[in-house]
Design a protein around this ligand. Structure first.
Ligand SMILES: [Zn+2]
Length: 488
């Protein structure tokens, strides 16, 4: 054999040997990735089970564990699941509940992170809980509410059908910083998911500006008319144009900086939304009746939860459901039949007394709750529970931006105003400045005593807790009044 042929055979042998070794290596690598993913999933599932056995919610820890083992575990878990992501400062939970109801009514099989664990780890826990041991999801659809700051990480792994942004308001300053930080996080997220439909609040100039540089398809939603009778506050988290920094003028305001905004010097202005409420027919304790236009088809709809801000949540949910291909009739049915989320106007019977729990966490949201309470009639007791733990926001200066003065103007409705929580004294001080005398306020620090006193009332009670106060209160109520447990 000539040396030339020998070289050729040697080269061919080397080539094929390399291919085989490389192939094996690639397979090995793929297997290793899969093994790592499955290890993360199984340990996560065991952790979920352990938390339940121990009687803890455990919505965060299993996800954290899974992420340590496999940082991109969510990519595998969400693959093949039609996911709708819902974010924004206020209204995420209620919007998600309506969307969940609508998907179910459309016959689509879905799961959701109902417990409100909306950071990356909580979302991983939720997907892991709903996955089979093989890693494949047990459901076709997922309704995921996501924290605004966590969204830019979550969108690295989940490629959703749509992203709904309810609104952007000033929120826990210690966590989110100013609204511009929240907006920039949402913009980064939008860039991560070019294939997703954006469902945006056209009445919120901040939210609307998230679409400025995006190539995504957009479905806009909004409210064409004022929601509340009489004056609304002009307290604004976005007084200046996002493009030219001139002041916005308003044709009308719904609340906060939401409404018919237009820039005083450039072309930037609210566009007529695709999905919009054109009339408020009536509003009461059991909900609001509206006329809703969905891509120019008009419907009379009943929104099954009181409060003007739930009109926006209904619009956001309608846009999200539209992005999922759900028909208008089913959307309208969902608006009239969904149940409020955890702590969102949730009704309890405490020793025969009707108590509603309404979570408060930032000035815009709290002002809406006060608008709702002031617009009602009939005597009622109001209870405010203020905590300052990490999940509430450690900076409680936001209570000074809430218009408790409006509450003081409706003393005729109040059978009492009680305060509780870790920062009860700060709350009482704020209420004194709002126009309540010391004798009109009652501080009850102990939650058991508070619940006893509530159960002894004869008129309805509205409890407004911050997040951790709500969790504590619910924990005690679950034990004492045999409420159902809430975790996934
Ligand atoms: Zn402008």
């Amino acid at each position: 054999m000539s040396s030339g042929a020998g070289d050729l055979i040697a080269a061919a042998a080397a080539y094929f040997f390399r291919r085989i070794v490389n192939g094996a290596f690639v397979c090995y690598n793929a297997d290793m990735k899969r093994l790592r993913f499955l290890t993360a999933l199984w340990l996560g599932k065991i952790a979920v089970l352990a938390c339940r056995v121990l009687g803890r919610g455990g919505t965060d820890m299993p996800g954290r564990l899974a992420l340590k083992i496999c940082p991109d575990v969510l990519k595998y878990l969400s693959s093949g699941v039609n996911t709708v992501l819902i974010t924004g400062t206020n209204g995420k939970t209620t919007t998600s509940r309506i969307v969940e109801r609508g998907l179910a009514a459309a016959g689509l099989d879905c799961f959701a992170n109902r417990s409100g664990a909306n950071l990356l780890s909580g979302i991983v826990t939720c997907f892991a809980s709903n996955a089979k041991l093989s890693g494949k999801s047990r459901h076709d659809w997922a309704v995921i509410e996501c924290d605004e700051a966590a969204l830019k990480f979550v969108t690295l792994y989940i490629k959703p059908v749509s992203l709904t942004v309810t609104n952007i308001f000033r929120d826990q300053l210690d966590r989110y910083g100013e609204v511009t930080h929240t907006l920039s996080s949402i913009r980064t997220s939008v860039a991560n998911i070019p294939g997703a439909v954006l469902c945006l609040n056209a009445d919120c100039s901040l939210t609307w500006s998230a679409a400025d540089d995006a190539k995504n398809a957009v479905i806009s939603f909004g409210v064409d008319v004022p929601i509340y009778r009489g004056e609304v506050s002009d307290l604004s988290d976005a007084p200046y144009c996002s493009r030219c920094k001139s002041r916005y003028n308003y044709d009308y305001r719904t609340f906060g900086h939401l409404g018919g905004w237009r820039c005083s010097s450039c072309e930037n202005k609210r566009h007529q939304p695709d999905i919009r409420v054109t009339r408020i027919l009536s509003s009461g304790e059991s909900g609001t009746a509206v006329v809703m236009s969905i891509f120019d088809s008009e419907y009379t709809a009943r929104i099954n939860l009181a409060g003007g801000y739930n009109v926006y949540n209904a619009c956001a949910a309608a846009a999200c459901l539209h992005s999922a291909g759900v028909g208008d009739g089913t959307v309208i049915e969902a608006l009239g039949s969904f149940e409020g989320g955890f702590g969102r106007m949730e009704e309890f019977s405490l020793g025969g007394v009707s108590a509603r729990m309404i979570l408060v966490k930032n000035p815009a949201g709290c002002n809406q709750v006060i608008n709702y309470l002031c617009s009602g009639s009939g005597p009622a007791l109001f209870v405010i529970c203020l905590n300052d733990r990490a999940a509430d926001g450690t900076d409680i200066s936001w209570i000074w931006d809430v218009e408790f003065e409006n509450l003081a103007a409706r003393k005729d409705r109040l059978t009492g105003l009680w305060v509780s929580g870790v920062r009860a004294d700060d709350m009482a001080l704020r209420l004194k400045y709002a126009g309540f005398d010391e004798g009109e306020l009652r501080v009850i620090r102990d939650y058991n005593e508070l619940l006893d006193e509530i159960a002894a009332q004869s008129s309805p009670v509205y409890i407004m807790p911050t997040y951790t106060a709500m969790m504590d209160l619910r924990g005690i109520m679950t034990k004492r009044f045999k409420l159902k447990k809430f975790w996934m």
